[in-house]
Each structure stands twice: as structure tokens, then as C-alpha cells.
Design a protein around this ligand. Structure first.
Ligand code: SPV
Ligand code: MG
Length: 529
């Protein structure tokens, strides 16, 4: 850009956001202004921000853009040694060029009492320029030597003397600065300089001069030096003032960019796409469905007025314990299907679905009452079971679309009796088969004991896809005249016949269900008070 035949423009930016805006506006290059960066950091343009803080800022700017950045390097943050270290670091961060001015560290902004500002010794400044050229590794890295003699009150002669020296020392371009409100000084310099190397100007004070004037004067590059930070200050002052005075956003919201514009500038979409590519696909957390419609008549007086899911174990109803176990795994939505004595069924933050036909009917009818909720990942649980938390945790980690928790130690249960829940799998539970998967082959009371590999405990998990299969199976079974009495084993057999794989997650004990008074005392022993 410094060497191109036409007049080039750099626009000021002071952080990643403004740099991105400058690039997408169409500018071909960025001026990383010392004034603007320090102002945006809330400090003065007197080297109050350290050179590494500046470096960090331009690194964000470089990351946010792909066009060249010319850093306002002030006086180089020290002597030749500091400058050459700066250049190394700038190259590592993809900064195209640095501008160094011939003043003393710590510098002041040229528009604050410029006439009092001492200039650098010419020899010393030339040493800095040479050090940059020797230190750079990228042959395209450029140094712009900035002449402050006009600012400090010197005339054209001093400017030319210094310009010749800096040019001879290796400067790729000269920045001619002036604080006059007319372009006279820079035009006079450019005439006298006769194009010996590219010239850069900063028309902050002589802003009314049309760009064509500089084009005709063969200026190479023009810097709009601080206008984004000034625009931002104006916008922030107006918005803050309005919100403060009106204690409301109503008159502000429509005058500022929507939040989605912030996301766009941050390239939020790219991250969403990358997450699709790189993150394991996560179903949203499952919804838990607890089947709690049955009375549990075997418990006698205990379930005379309430269903067994509300029978307390050490004072806590079974249902509450289940719901708490689900919540402990960050499951937000717990749905309870209730039937018998439904007014007695409650649980904090749960959602309830009523099954009026609970009497003499089977589990599938109850489940079908929640048909509209059988989507996304699901956990389905009987309302009368107790299990150790690790079982739920392992089930949630299981990658299958449809997984049943199966007790391989079923024969050690006090009185094995849930024949419809007896299963046969592709392999029995074995310590030796740690990592291998077992699949359901059959389930039901028809299995002969020698075929049985375990007992389904009344807890299952489905992925979104598994839930789809579950819904489809319910719909397929619903027309059957005996649908009202069907149980889960009927559903699973139907799924198997429809070639839906069902995984078996083996456990060995650590659970129980509550059907009778013996179970109830076992439950009290199982669960600490
Ligand atoms: C800057 O933008 O920080 C500059 C240009 O150095 S000026 O403020 O005009 O000196
Ligand atoms: Mg500056």
C-alpha cells in the first residue's frame, strides 16, 4: 500500500471490534492509533499503557482482521533495543508495519503543547530505524519514520534534514505531521521532498482539505487517525445519559445496534458450526417420566388413601426421592403420571399428567397418556423403585438409543417374582466382558429360567431417536383390543420385532422395588434415614 501508485487510506481502530468494523467497511488497512488505544484503555497518550499492553491490543486487532495494520509505535518504547524487540513481537502477531516518531520517551500527543516537545537526536533516531530493518524477519515489514519537527515548531529546513537522514537509515516511508488547520506544511514538504520515498499524512487538523489535493501532491497514504474512538465516545455518552436520566431503555433500544449485530461481529455463527463439527453430539438433558398411577394394594392400610409412590421411606415419599435423584443429574423436567388418589400425589417442581383409567389397566396405557411428551431424550421410571445414584448416572452416560437397566443378580433378590420383566440378552453379565455391549433378545414371563439373564428394574433411557421408536411402537400397539392391559414387555417385544436395538445395561443389585410390606422394610434398610 505504501508503494502503490494511488493514494491509500488507513482508518483508525483501537481494539478487535473496531478493527473488524474498519475491515468490513472496505478499508484496505488499519491505523492502530496510540491516542485511540490509550483512550479506550482509559489512560493518557503518554506511554501510560505499557508496550506489552499495546501489543496485546494489536494482537486482538490482528486476530479479528486480515488487512494490514500499521501500529503507532510512539517513540518505540525505549531505545533501539526496545524497538527491535517490539518489531519481533509485532511480526509474530501479524502486524504489517510500525510507525516511530522522533521524540523522547515518554512521549506526549502531538496536539498537546506540541511546541514544547523535545525532538530526538537525529543519530539516535536513525539508529532505531536501522535496528528495525536489521531485526525484521519478514521482508515486507515496514517502518514509517514520523517527523515531528513541524509540531515542535521547526521549519521546513529542519524537516528536510531529518527526512533525508531517516530515509538514508532505511525508513520505508515518512510520516509528515502538522498541527496547522491548513495543509500548507505537508504540501510544502512534499514539494521539496520530490518523491524520494512514500509520504504519509494525518489530516486531523486540516480535515477540510479534499483528498484530491493530496492525490495531486503524490502523497502515498492518508490516515484518519482517531475518528472511530471519537464516534464511540459520542455514542456512549448519548446512550449513557439517556438511560441514566430516563431510567429506561425504551428510548435507546431502537437507536443502538441489536444484540444480534454484536454476535455477527463476533462471528458467533462460526462457533456454532464448529461445535457441530468438534463437540460430541449432545441430546438436550432428558425429560424424566415417572409412572405413578398404581395403588399398590399389597401394602394394605399404607396405600388405602394414597398410591404407593407416596409411601414414605424415612419420612420421604418414594416419588420425592426419585425426583430428587433425577434433579441431582440436572434433569429439569420431571413428569409424573398419576392415577389412584391423584390428589395425594405431589412433588416439588414436577409436572403432572392424569390417567383416569388406572384401575385394572397396564403400564402402556399410563405411558400413552403422556404421548405428547415422548420426544427428545427420555428417562422412564416406575414410581415404586429405589436405586443407587450411580445406576442413573451410568444410564445417562450410555450411548445407546434405547437402554434398559437390568439386574443380573436377579436370583439373589429376596423373592424373584417380576416374571414379565425377565430378559434374555445377547450375552450374560460377566466381569470379563466389561466393555462389551449386551443387547436385549427377549423379555417376558414366557422365558424359561435357564434362559434368563436378568430382570429389568423399571428404568430405561431413550435418545431422541429412541423416543421416536417408542412413540411409534405405542401407536402401533394402541389399536389392539387388549392395549389397556399391555405392559412394557409387550412394548419391548414389539420394538425387537421392528428391529429396534435395545441395549442392556447390567447392574448387580443396588436397587429394589416396593410391592409389599417386606419390600418396605427392605427399603428402609436400603435407604439411610
Ligand atoms: C495517534 O493517532 O495516536 C497519532 C496521530 O499519533 S495524532 O494523534 O494525530 O498525533
Ligand atoms: Mg500517536
Amino acid at each position: 500500500m505504501l508503494q502503490s501508485p494511488q493514494l491509500e487510506f488507513l482508518m483508525e481502530a483501537h481494539n478487535g471490534l473496531s478493527a473488524r468494523i474498519v475491515e468490513e467497511t472496505g478499508f484496505r488497512g488499519i491505523w492502530a492509533s496510540g491516542l485511540s488505544i490509550s483512550a479506550s484503555l482509559g489512560v493518557r497518550d503518554n506511554n501510560e499503557a505499557s508496550w506489552t499492553q499495546i501489543l496485546e491490543t494489536v494482537e486482538f486487532m490482528s486476530d479479528a482482521t486480515s488487512i494490514p495494520i500499521l501500529l503507532d509505535g510512539d517513540t518505540g518504547f525505549g531505545n533501539f533495543n526496545n524497538v527491535r524487540r517490539l518489531v519481533r513481537k509485532l511480526e509474530q502477531r501479524g502486524i504489517a508495519a510500525v510507525c516511530i516518531e522522533d521524540k523522547l520517551f515518554p512521549k506526549s500527543n502531538s496536539f498537546i503543547r506540541g511546541e514544547r516537545q523535545p525532538l530526538a537526536d537525529v543519530e539516535e533516531f536513525c539508529g532505531k530505524i536501522k535496528a528495525v530493518k536489521d531485526a525484521q524477519i519478514d521482508p515486507d515489514f515496514c517502518i514509517v519514520a514520523r517527523l515531528e519537527a513541524f509540531i515542535a515548531g521547526w521549519g521546513l529546513e529542519e524537516m528536510l534534514r531529518r527526512a533525508a537522514a531517516y530515509h538514508a537509515a532505511g525508513a520505508d516511508a515518512l510520516l509528515v505531521h502538522s498541527r496547522l488547520s491548513t495543509p500548507d506544511q505537508v504540501l510544502a514538504f512534499s514539494r521539496a521532498w520530490e518523491n524520494r520515498c512514500p509520504l504519509v499524512i494525518v489530516p486531523t487538523m486540516y480535515y477540510s482539505t479534499p483528498a484530491e489535493v493530496f492525490e495531486q501532491a503524490k502523497i502515498s497514504m492518508l490516515i484518519w487517525a482517531n475518528h472511530n474512538v471519537r464516534a464511540a465516545i459520542d455514542a456512549m455518552q448519548r446512550v449513557s445519559r439517556t438511560v441514566f436520566q430516563e431510567r429506561s431503555l425504551r428510548n435507546v433500544e431502537d437507536r443502538i445496534v441489536p444484540v444480534r449485530e454484536v454476535f455477527r461481529l463476533q462471528n458467533a455463527d462460526e462457533l456454532i458450526a464448529a461445535e457441530e463439527r468438534y463437540l460430541p453430539r449432545a441430546d438436550s438433558p432428558p425429560r424424566a417420566i415417572i409412572l405413578a398411577a398404581s395403588q399398590g394394594a399389597e401394602l394394605g392400610d399404607l396405600t388405602h388413601l394414597r398410591p404407593k409412590t407416596m409411601v414414605p421411606i424415612h419420612g420421604q415419599p418414594l416419588l420425592h426421592r426419585l425426583a430428587a435423584q433425577f434433579r441431582a443429574e440436572r434433569i429439569k423436567e420431571v413428569v409424573v403420571i398419576r392415577g389412584f388418589a391423584r390428589d395425594q400425589v405431589h412433588a416439588p417442581d414436577a409436572r403432572f399428567i392424569d390417567n383416569e383409567e388406572y384401575e385394572g389397566t397396564g403400564e402402556l396405557l399410563s405411558l400413552s397418556k403422556a404421548a405428547g411428551l415422548l420426544e427428545g431424550a427420555l428417562l422412564v421410571s416406575f414410581g415404586d423403585i429405589l436405586f443407587r445414584q450411580y445406576i442413573l448416572r451410568n444410564l445417562l452416560l450410555d450411548p445407546g438409543d434405547f437402554t434398559l437397566v437390568v439386574d443380573a443378580a436377579w436370583q439373589q433378590r429376596a423373592q424373584p417374582r417380576n416374571f414379565p420383566d425377565h430378559i434374555a440378552a445377547s450375552r450374560p453379565y460377566s466381569l470379563r466382558y466389561g466393555g462389551e455391549e449386551a443387547e436385549l433378545c427377549d423379555i417376558g414371563a414366557h422365558l424359561n429360567p435357564s434362559q434368563v439373564h436378568g430382570e429389568w428394574i423399571g428404568l430405561l433411557k431413550t435418545s431422541s431417536r429412541g423416543s421416536q421408536a417408542l412413540r411409534a411402537a405405542l401407536e402401533a400397539l394402541a389399536p389392539r383390543p387388549d392395549f389397556k392391559t399391555l405392559r412394557f414387555d409387550d412394548l419391548f417385544r414389539h420394538l425387537l420385532s421392528a428391529r429396534q436395538p435395545i441395549r442392556v445395561l447390567y447392574i448387580t443389585g443396588h436397587w429394589l422395588d416396593v410391592d409389599n410390606l417386606d419390600d418396605l422394610s427392605a427399603a428402609h434398610a436400603f435407604q439411610s434415614p
